[in-house]
Ligand binder design. Structure first.
Ligand code: HEC
Length: 192
């Protein structure tokens, strides 16, 4: 578990459930499983897209109807300024054998944490064991880079982060060479 935590957020989880009206980690996992079963791929994402590091060289993004509607109404992830209440976006992380190694999620909950745009952040192992849930500082610290998109990134190669940023959060993890190649190929898509 320790190892996976380091993989997912590079720090100890902040199990801070500030607001008890927030859905529980278990009920959120059920919702995630629903998206997995119906292959609810997030707009602009593709199954097994390039992940940033060798621990997760493949990722798949999922989204529920509220999140999909938000993207469609705005005309693309880059144009969304506010996701609708109840929006859920999920990132599945896969290893090089395309085995699921972890799941992260962001759920928009009214009045949860308005300073950070009311996203409940969550991380699970592949069996649904909760690794982090709530106002998780390490997740927010990076996602805030795209605050103007309401903290949701567009998948590679649309938006890429510099290697120095990844290294700052995950100093011990090697970069995925394919991701590094995308940075070279699409230098203008790198979000500073
Ligand atoms: C060092 C930066 C960084 C950290 C730390 C980070 N993320 Fe992300 N996250 C990203 C980037 C970049 C993407 C877009 C790549 C993709 O879609 O696969 C992303 C994608 C996601 C997505 C899919 C929706 C989106 O924004 O594209 C979710 C959900 C997510 N992250 C949740 C989390 C959670 C929960 C944590 C903490 C446990 C976390 N992230 C930590 C950078 C980060």
């Amino acid at each position: 578990m320790k190892h996976l935590l380091a993989v997912l957020c590079g720090c100890l989880p902040a199990l801070a459930l500030a607001n008890t009206s927030v859905s529980s980690p278990q009920s959120l996992w059920k919702e995630i499983q629903g998206l997995q079963k119906t292959h609810a791929i997030m707009p602009e994402s593709t199954p097994y897209q390039v992940g940033s590091r060798t621990v997760d060289p493949y990722t798949t993004d999922l989204a529920n109807t509220a999140a999909k509607d938000s993207v469609q109404k705005a005309g693309g992830i880059l144009k969304v300024t506010r996701y609708r209440e109840g929006s859920l976006v999920v990132k599945e992380n896969y290893n090089r054998h395309k085995q699921l190694v972890g799941v992260t999620a962001m759920l928009k909950v009214e009045n949860f944490d308005s300073v950070d745009r009311n996203w409940v952040m969550a991380a699970y192992d592949p069996t649904g064991k909760v690794l982090a849930f709530g106002k998780v500082g390490s997740c927010i610290a990076c996602h805030v880079i795209v605050r103007k998109q309401d903290m949701v990134f567009a998948p590679p190669p649309q938006q890429l982060l510099p290697i120095t940023t990844w290294k700052g959060f995950f100093p011990k993890q090697a970069m995925n060479p394919r991701y590094v190649a995308l940075i070279t190929q699409y230098p203008h898509n790198v979000v500073p």
